[in-house]
Ligand binder design. Sequence first.
Ligand code: ZN
Length: 314
Amino acid sequence: MQQTTPAACPESALVRAHTSLGDFDLTVCSDGTYLLDGGAMFGVVPKTLWSKRIQPDAENRILLGLNTVIVRTGKHTVAIETGIGNKLTPKMRGIFQNQELLPQSLAAAGIRPEEVDIVINTHLHFDHCGWNTTLHVDGSVTPTFPNARYFAHRGEVEHGHLQLERDAVSYNSPNYDPLIASGQMTLLDGDDFFEARDSRLPICPGVSVELFPGHTAQMMGVHLEPPRPVESRPSGSTPTPHGCYIGDLLPTAHHLDITWVMGYDLDPLRCIEERKRFYSHAIPEQWLVLFTHDHDTPMARVALNEKGKPVVAG
Ligand SMILES: [Zn+2]
């Protein structure tokens, strides 16, 4: 795997990684970083344990990334997630200390918003779909990717519109309502997945989505499987290239332990079961796992260590 590590990349703050996956070209762009409470990010895991992996600041906050993966398939340019965006109030920006960098990051990577023709949101929390649309000084909101078809799950939209006490602040409807109203966003239904092969719903050749519920009821992972002619398939022990942007099921490489789920997860028990299901394929098939909120390790393969625990493969 060719990977431009942050240390070796002059635009490292803006472009987090670049690699190829079969015939697909993957670039990890970034909306910058933000700060969240370390306790909320690690649920019931004691601070004495998680703070050995990631150091909190004086206010117990940890630094997280906002990774947008741009996939060039040869026919399509796909953006997975769109960061926090520029719609937070000054008060919320002060809390999160986010930087609204995705437009600069795309420019640094040589990606024009106009060339992105597919945008996929794993779910519709504000830190995953913020740059779906851009807020202008006159208060208007327009699509950031004017030529893209956007994909999200209908259940996420419906849940966000309920504005429940538990998670109302996580949903900001200007990130998706204007796109639904204009017909630019396609809402996926539960029935679509039920009828799909392997429960994976194709978005374009080599790119599909699958439900991984738990963080939210309809969170989706994005599979990247570059199509290959039969005669060029690797033989023997070489696995077929497969990547997966797993969204908030595994927000960072520090969350690989099966029980290290987040306080934010609506159904933590389901998250644990879904992680087991994910690993049952991702580890033996050596998937490239793309992390949504890990600024330092945006992608890795996962292996089991000598104790049988999932870790970043060496
Ligand atoms: Zn989320």
